[in-house]
Write a protein that binds this ligand. Structure first.
Ligand code: FMN
Length: 322
């Protein structure tokens, strides 16, 4: 599929995930065939106030192509200014967050709260689209709650306001991340608009990706939690949807090798102290489902160095073989 002039190779994007989809993880997922990657959401206000952390969140390396910068906020002028700043990163599109349920975002009128105010959502989209020459896209939920499922109608408004593509996470804000995703609402958005639609929610393996893609008729799909400790999911999805073939799980030795290399990159980009602390959650995801995983939890929680991580990887391989 194309967004603007950019051809996305592959079927499935890596979803934006605050605290997770940093440079190391984005590069890794692209290497496994993610069609594109998104930055963590970045505060529009932070960007225009030249906050260093916000600027760092949206910075992209040469190895991250194609990439989208995602911004959040609720003021059209500030969002337009932020979109302009994002444009200079080398991203191919700027995405507006209309899905975040967190009180620190939605409680201030941004993220999913914009779904309750379609006129404001359209004004923000229009202001951003006019401010930049790159495509402006929107990621939304199905609605605020079960009595206000408005994604199809809102998507039409945003298309008219200049959105180049829409991603729909098929849950309401009230549902957060729990009940099964509503594929029908994604299908309804696809039928309502003429711009590309990306379906998102509960893609945990190639089979669930196929179901999302075929049932909804969407142009493209996006995986979030299903990629945690599991970046090869993108290769598995591309192989099933592209060639109709099932790619087996990598052997545990390969998984552990990928984990260690991932964390080495994390340390290279963020420094050993931050990298090793963030490594703990990733290590937990990489060993999920491995025999004896529970017994490694405490060790993971105390990881301080790459040497300890390598020793853990060895133990996990031995434990899996027992
Ligand atoms: C830890 C975490 C952080 C997230 N951060 C963002 C974010 O910054 N921007 C956004 O649009 N969605 C964010 N999301 C939502 C995901 O992009 C995605 O829509 C959601 O997890 C559903 O997809 P999944 O079932 O494949 O995980 C986040 C989700 C998680 C679990």
């Amino acid at each position: 599929m194309n967004i603007g002039d950019t051809v996305l190779k592959g079927y499935c994007a890596l979803a934006p995930m605050a605290g997770v989809t940093d440079r190391a993880f984005r590069e890794l997922c692209l290497s496994y065939g993610a069609s594109c990657v998104y930055t963590e959401m970045v505060s529009a206000k932070g960007l225009i106030m030249h906050d260093r952390k916000s600027a760092l969140l949206m910075s992209l390396s040469e190895n991250e192509r194609p990439a989208v910068v995602q911004i959040f906020g609720c003021e059209p002028e500030a969002m337009a200014q932020a979109a302009k700043l994002a444009e200079s990163t080398g991203c191919f599109a700027v995405d507006i967050n209309m899905g975040c349920p967190a009180p620190k975002v939605a409680g201030h009128g941004g993220g999913s709260a914009l779904m309750k105010d379609p006129d404001l959502a359209a004004r923000i989209t229009e202001a951003c689209a006019k401010a930049v020459s790159l495509p402006v896209t929107v990621k939304m939920r199905s609605g605020w709650d079960e009595s206000s499922v408005n994604a199809p109608a809102l998507a039409v408004m945003l298309e008219n306001a200049g959105a180049a593509a829409i991603t729909v996470h098929g849950r309401t804000r009230k549902q957060m991340y729990a009940p099964p995703v509503d594929l029908d609402v994604i299908k309804a958005v696809k039928e309502a608009v003429n711009i590309p639609v990306t379906g998102n929610g509960d893609i945990t393996d190639a089979e669930s990706a196929k179901k999302m893609y075929e049932y909804t008729g969407c142009d493209h799909i996006m995986a979030g939690r299903g990629a945690l400790g599991n970046p090869w999911i993108f290769a598995q999805i591309n192989t099933l949807l592209g060639a109709g073939e099932t790619l087996p799980e990598p052997p545990i030795e390969e998984k552990m090798r990928v984990m260690v290399n991932h964390i080495k990159k994390l340390c290279e980009y963020k420094g050993d102290y931050v990298g090793m602390r963030e490594a703990r959650k990733h290590a937990g995801w990489y060993i999920k489902g491995v025999r004896g995983a529970a017994s490694f939890r405490r060790e993971i929680g105390a990881l301080e160095s790459i040497e300890q991580l390598e020793a853990l990887a060895e133990k996990v391989i031995i434990s899996a073989a027992e």
